[in-house]
Ligand binder design. Sequence first.
Ligand code: PLP
Length: 397
Amino acid sequence: MPGFERFGDQERKEVQDVLDNGVLMRYGFDGMRNGHWKAKELERELERTLQTKHAQLVSSGTAAVTVALASAGIGAGDEVIMPTFTFVASFEAIMMLGAVPVLVDIDDTLAVDPKAVEAAITPKTKAVMVVQMCGSMGRMEELEAICKNNKLLLIEDACQAIGATFNNKPLGSIGDLGCFSFDFVKTITSGEGGAVVTNNDSYYTHTDQYSDHGHDHIGSDRGAETHPYLGYNFRISELHAAVGLAQIKRLPEFLEVQKRNFTVLREALSAVPEVTFRTVPKGGEESYAFLSFFLPDLECARKASKGLKEAGVDGCFHYYDNNWHYVREWSHLKNIKSLYPVSAEVKKGLAYLETKTFEQSDHYIARNISCLIKLSWTEEEVKRRAELMVEAIKGAL
Ligand SMILES: *Cc1c(COP(=O)(O)O)cnc(C)c1O
């Protein structure tokens, strides 16, 4: 997945433009910037690529999720349904706004199970966050219908799935708000950075203003702008946006290489009858950022994971034992280890986590291995990797 494998002249030129005029900030300084507005240009490119009316850049994917929730008015006392398998950022962003993360099981798509979502809805539920893990997607039709019937917002965390589509719509553009990350290991990278996309005019205005201290961004005199409400600083810099601008133009190239490398590995693993693959809902097209598959049981997956490492096959993750991505090892979140006091309401809202188990999620994550698809592999390297993977997996059965 990482775009950092492919830095070149395009990235250098965009950064040089910014350094030449010296304006590292995305707002203001109109006279000094010689017409260079990298953040604004990248926002237009994102709108075009993701087929949304609006895109707002922010400082990270975590910021994107936080800003998306805030712009939809989610805060104290609200419940947000999220998956057990994600990145800790989902949990952090909900907590940051004083809302309560309600964790639900995932299914064979590796995203939230619509049935589990439905069962978790209470009068306090405001939004469902679907995290499009490892380059693919959840059951979007079912999730959209549940949100519509229950008047809930659908928020898509598509940080790991830029370029994937469902019924020809880019992931991130399907829900009310979509979130992206351009951190160093994502398909498109700007070093650090993120974006919120939406077709809703008022959510967009909120993202634009909230991510910059509530500035109204009306007129050209930053000093004269008013602040309609409280905001924060989640701005991206022109330098980061410049790298992102070069990278987004290369997305089709990155996706093509990912798909080619993915296909070689998937075909090789298909020859092992014990291997099954993550379900991609009908109408879905992955970004091919990862190859995710299931082995018969936990023991086998642990053994295969070890075997892959020993064979030098890097970038394969067995998330069951991982404390960034899966609820089982989130002791710092389950026990709310916070530097500052957390409201009694949130504490009460999270009490369920002390005892709740997630057998269905365990059933999938215990047996799952997801392997990163790199852009820099040569044809020979992909073939060799396929052989080593098959060997390691057979050795673990
Ligand atoms: C990377 C990631 C994030 C956070 O993005 P950062 O830019 O690293 O803050 C959020 N959600 C998911 C699913 C991610 O993979």
